[in-house]
Design a protein around this ligand. Structure first.
Ligand code: PFF
Length: 449
C-alpha cells in the first residue's frame, strides 16, 4: 500500500522535505527580530528548550500517526479509534486540518508572490525596465493577483510531480540552495560597517527579559507555526515514510534544522539592520522596538540594498530569491494536505486533485486580495492563533489517549526492537498525554483573552 501511494526515496530526502516545510517566511522575518528584542541569546536558548519540550512531541505525534496509517489525517485519526464517536470526531478534526492548511496557503501565497516580484524587480530595474520593476513592487490589486497566481502555479506544478519526483526532488534542490544563499549573504554583510553592532544586539544574552510569561507564550505560538504543526502537513509527510526509519531521531533532526536555520537567519538580518542604520535608515519604530515583519522586509532591507549601489542588485536578488525558495518548500507541504485527501478519498489523479485544490485556494486568495484590509489579518489570526494550536491539541489527545498504547509501541518497534527501553518511550507518552495538551490549552485560553 505504501509504495503505490508514493514514498520518499531516501531518509535525507524526507528530512529536507520536512525541514523545507518547517523553514519558511516565519523563520526569516519573525524569529531574528523577536530574538533581538527579547533577550538575544537568552531568548534563543529558551526557544530551543521550548521547541524541544512542546513542539517536538507534537511533531512526533504527527509523524507517528501518519506513518502508522500510511494515509491522510482523516484515515489516520479514524483508524486508531474504535468507537463511533471518536471516529467521527477524528474525521472532523482531519477535515478541519485540511481547511486550515488551505487557508494558511491562501495568505501565504500572497506574501510569497510579493517575494517573487521583488526577486525579479531588481535585475529588471538594473537592465533599464524601471516601470516593470515599479509595477512588481508597488502594492496594487493586479500585481498581487498576478504574483499570487504565479506562485500557486509553481506550487501546483511541484505537487503534480508526486512525492518522489515533485516534493522530494524540489526540496533536495531548494534547501541546500537556501542554506548556501543564507550563509553567503551573512558573510557578505559581516564585511560592512555596523554589522558587529547588530551581532552584539542579537547575541548578548539578557536573561531578565526572557522570563516574562507573555514572551514564553509568544515563543510557544511561533514554535508551532514554525514547525508547521496541527494541520496535518507533517502527518502526511510521515505517511510517505518507509517503515524502516526510526522516527524519533528523524523528527529531532527536522526540529534542529528548523531552529538552526532560524538562528542562522538572525546572523543575516540583525547585522543587515545595523548596517542599514549606519547608512541613515530608520530601524526602530515609535516605541523604540526594532522594525520587523513586512516593514523590515519591504522597506528597511530594500533601503539597505539601494544604498549598496550596483552590488545591491545582486544582494537583493539573492535575498528575495532566498525568501521565495523558503516559501515554496513550505507551500508545497500545505497543498499536499488537501491533495492527498482528494486522491485517497475520491481516487482522483494527483494532477486533477492538485488542479482543483490549487484553483480553489487561488480563488480564496483572490477574495482576500480584493478585501485585503478586512480579510488578510483575520485569516492569519484565525488559522495560526486559533486553528493550529487547537488542532495540535486534538492530535495530542488522539496520539496520547485514543491510540492504543500497545499499537503505538509496535509502531516504534518496527525499526527499533528495543524501543521500549529508549528515553523516547519513557518520556514522550506522558508528554503527549498530559504536558502538551495542558500547555496548548493555556496558550489557547490566553490568546482568547
Ligand atoms: N513553517 C512555515 C514557516 O515557518 O513559514 C509555515 C507553515 C508551513 C505553517 C506549513 C503551516 C504549515 F502547514
Amino acid at each position: 500500500m505504501a509504495t503505490s501511494r508514493g514514498q520518499f526515496g531516501s531518509r535525507i530526502g524526507f528530512i529536507l522535505a520536512a525541514a523545507g516545510s518547517a523553514v519558511g517566511l516565519g523563520n526569516i522575518w519573525g524569529f531574528p527580530t523577536q530574538a533581538a528584542s527579547n533577550g538575544g541569546a537568552a531568548f534563543v536558548l529558551v526557544y530551543l528548550v521550548l521547541a524541544f519540550l512542546l513542539a517536538y512531541p507534537v511533531l512526533m505525534a504527527e509523524l507517528l500517526l501518519g506513518r502508522h496509517a500510511h494515509g491522510n489525517t482523516v484515515i489516520a485519526l479514524t483508524r486508531i479509534s474504535d468507537r463511533p464517536l471518536t471516529k467521527a470526531i477524528g474525521a472532523a478534526t482531519g477535515l478541519t486540518g485540511i481547511i486550515v492548511a488551505s487557508l494558511i496557503l491562501s495568505f501565504y501565497a500572497i506574501v510569497a508572490g510579493w517575494m517573487l516580484g521583488f526577486t525579479v524587480a531588481y535585475p529588471l530595474s538594473s537592465l533599464g525596465f524601471g516601470s516593470s520593476s515599479t509595477w512588481l513592487t508597488a502594492f496594487t490589486v493586479p500585481r498581487n493577483l498576478t504574483l499570487m497566481t504565479c506562485f500557486m502555479v509553481m506550487t501546483m506544478g511541484i505537487i503534480m510531480g508526486g512525492v518522489h519526483n515533485g516534493i522530494e526532488r524540489w526540496s533536495t534542490r531548494l534547501m541546500p540552495a537556501l542554506v548556501v544563499t543564507l550563509v553567503a549573504l551573512a558573510l557578505y554583510v559581516f564585511t560592512l560597517d555596523g554589522a558587529v553592532e547588530g551581532l552584539k544586539v542579537y547575541l548578548l544574552p539578557d536573561f531578565s527579559k526572557v522570563f516574562s510569561g507573555d514572551l514564553i507564550l509568544a515563543a510557544l505560538g511561533s514554535a508551532f507555526f514554525s514547525l508547521s504543526l496541527g494541520v496535518g502537513t507533517m502527518l502526511i509527510y510521515g505517511s510517505y515514510l518507509s517503515d524502516d526509519e526510526y522516527l524519533p531521531s528523524i523528527g529531532a533532526q527536522v526540529a534542529l534544522i528548523d531552529i538552526g536555520l532560524a538562528v542562522l537567519a538572525g546572523f543575516l538580518i540583525l547585522p543587515s539592520m545595523y548596517v542599514a542604520a549606519e547608512r541613515g535608515v530608520e530601524i526602530f519604530d515609535a516605541s523604540g522596538a526594532l522594525l520587523s515583519e513586512d516593514t523590515l522586509i519591504f522597506s528597511v532591507l530594500p533601503a539597505l540594498f539601494t544604498s549598496l549601489g550596483s552590488i545591491g542588485v545582486i544582494v537583493a536578488t539573492a535575498f528575495f530569491g532566498l525568501m521565495s525558495m523558503a516559501a515554496l518548500t513550505s507551500s508545497i507541504s500545505m497543498l499536499e494536505v488537501p491533495v492527498a485527501f482528494l486522491v485517497e478519498r475520491f481516487q482522483w489523479s494527483r494532477q486533477r486533485a492538485a488542479t482543483i485544490a490549487g484553483t480553489i485556494i487561488g480563488l480564496i486568495s483572490a477574495v482576500v486580495i480584493f478585501n485585503f484590509e478586512s480579510l488578510f489579518g483575520l485569516v492569519i489570526a484565525l488559522t495560526t492563533r486559533y486553528g493550529q494550536p487547537l488542532l495540535g491539541l486534538m492530535l495530542c489527545v488522539y496520539a496520547g489517549w485514543v491510540w492504543n498504547r500497545n499499537s503505538l509501541l509496535q509502531e516504534l518497534k518496527k525499526n527499533n526492537p528495543a524501543a521500549e527501553k529508549t528515553w523516547f518511550w519513557r518520556l514522550w507518552p506522558f508528554y503527549v498525554r498530559i504536558v502538551c495538551p495542558a500547555i496548548i490549552a493555556i496558550i489557547f485560553a490566553r490568546s482568547l483573552l
